[in-house]
Design a protein around this ligand. Structure first.
Ligand SMILES: [Zn+2]
Length: 213
């Protein structure tokens, strides 16, 4: 994290609000803002401003947070760099027979319309991100994974259908991606595992948030 309020944030929020988001709420990437929960930002904002004399001048309403999050999603530059690196890596690894997005733009346009919830368990990604960053899961896997949804191929059998394409891909959480793998088909996975998975994360998240209050 640099110590200068980033330009993209000033563009979205104006200088004063941008500084508050950046320094007090630690929003340091556009993706972080786009995937934030307005309730969380609103509560954190109230908390951090409580002791400031200019409290009332800075107080940002819930609806404003919602609007800022929407703006951040409307992406000129959202996670473009990260999406490009995913595109490059998958294209290289899976080649023209299994990676069917025709170019980076098509991939990006597909990606940016996807909601930030897991296709299988419907868990909101911000909850998992928060738990991962708080170190709730001790596995080494979470050093690299868990902070973002992953690209999941719904149909993985037979091998010739196990392709990356806008029809066959969805965004899934690390847990579902890991559990489902190519072992269980999408329909059965949703039927048997999605509801308890969401309940598990929801309960952990709630306990985590309550422990911070
Ligand atoms: Zn999931």
């Amino acid at each position: 994290m640099t110590d200068i309020t980033p330009n993209w944030l000033i563009k979205i929020a104006g200088a004063k609000t941008a500084a508050h988001l950046f320094y007090d709420l630690k929003i340091d990437t556009q993706e972080a803002l786009a995937t934030s929960n307005p309730d969380d930002l609103f509560n954190k904002s109230r908390e951090s401003l409580k002791n400031k004399s200019s409290y009332i001048n800075y107080l940002i309403g819930y609806k404003t947070f919602q609007a800022l999050i929407e703006k951040a999603k409307d992406i000129d530059c959202l996670p473009r760099k990260r999406i490009k690196s995913i595109f490059d890596a998958k294209k290289k690894k899976f080649g023209p027979t299994h990676f069917l997005f025709k170019d980076e733009n098509e991939f990006y346009e597909w990606y940016k319309l996807k909601p930030q919830i897991c296709y299988y368990c419907k868990t909101e990604q911000y909850k998992i991100t928060e738990l991962v960053l708080a170190g709730i899961f001790p596995s080494k896997k979470f050093k690299k994974r868990g902070r973002n949804l992953e690209i999941e191929r719904k149909c993985s059998q037979p091998e010739e259908k196990n392709v990356y394409s806008s029809e066959n891909c969805e965004l899934a959480c690390t847990f579902c991606q890991n559990d489902k793998s190519d072992v269980i088909n999408a329909e059965l996975y949703i039927k048997y595992f999605s509801e308890p998975r969401k309940r598990f994360i929801d309960d952990l998240y709630e306990a985590h948030i309550n422990s911070k209050l």
